[in-house]
Write a protein that binds this ligand. Structure first.
Ligand SMILES: [Zn+2]
Length: 233
């Protein structure tokens, strides 16, 4: 699993459960953060007198690493800067190269639209581009490829305003303790903890309605970008 996060905490709120399930079942999960969110998503850290951008990045890196470790995943940051996040051609190439080497079965990132955040759609575009440069087409490509991966976007903060329509619910009940631990590591954005704990409960309600399975207590929502293919219905 490859998770591309615009800022270094985004993966925690939106996909920590899915990541923890993937690694619990023996999968390898790699989190790539395009920036640290040092300017736009580190408000609490900037309240400290004498704060510097370099120190904010250091703290954010440590927090994200702790969170990723709690989920059994690895964390790496491309440090491209945030608000605004600029992903140039070289960075897209880097991401594509990483996808060719790692050959993920599933790629997760942000949705393509977010009226409240300038960077999240940039992460989508870069991930989409890199994935297309990696998977090529059905015919042989003139460049090195990796097998096509599943491609889903995780739930944004205000889903209805981002055109997000959930098509997949993941039952994260068995790993909710991992998600709570990962969220706990995000000292700079503690106010989001209760918000995303509640969200997991709401999505579980929806997942129970779909399946009739009362044991689902927490869930995460995702939207498929490409169809899933089955052998039979
Ligand atoms: Zn973000």
């Amino acid at each position: 699993m490859l998770v591309v996060s615009a800022h270094s905490a985004d993966f925690v709120w939106r996909a920590a459960g899915a990541i923890a399930l993937h690694t619990r079942d023996g999968g390898e999960a790699r989190i790539v953060s395009l920036s640290y969110g040092e300017r736009g998503e580190s408000g609490e850290l900037w309240k400290q007198p004498g704060q510097t951008e370099e120190n904010v990045k250091r703290v954010r890196h440590a927090e994200a690493e702790t969170a990723a470790t709690a989920l059994g995943a690895s964390f790496e940051a491309m440090d491209l800067g945030d608000y605004p996040l600029h992903v140039d051609d070289a960075a897209v190439d880097r991401l594509a190269e990483l996808m060719r080497d790692f050959a993920p079965d599933v790629v997760l990132t942000h949705p393509d639209k977010d009226p409240f955040n300038p960077d999240h759609p940039v992460a989508y575009t870069a991930t989409q581009q890199a994935r297309l440069l990696t998977s090529g087409a059905v015919v042989s490509a003139g460049f090195r490829t990796a097998p096509p991966s599943e491609f889903l976007v995780f739930e944004p903060h205000q889903p209805d305003l981002c055109g997000f329509v959930p098509t997949v619910f993941v039952d994260i009940t068995p790993v909710m303790d991992r998600k709570l631990e990962a969220m706990e590591a995000m000292g700079a954005q503690q106010y989001l903890r209760s918000y995303y704990t509640e969200r997991a409960g709401h999505r579980a309600n929806h997942a129970r309605k779909v399946t009739g399975r009362p044991e689902i207590r927490q869930a995460e929502a995702f939207q498929r970008i490409i169809p899933n293919v089955v052998s039979a219905l």
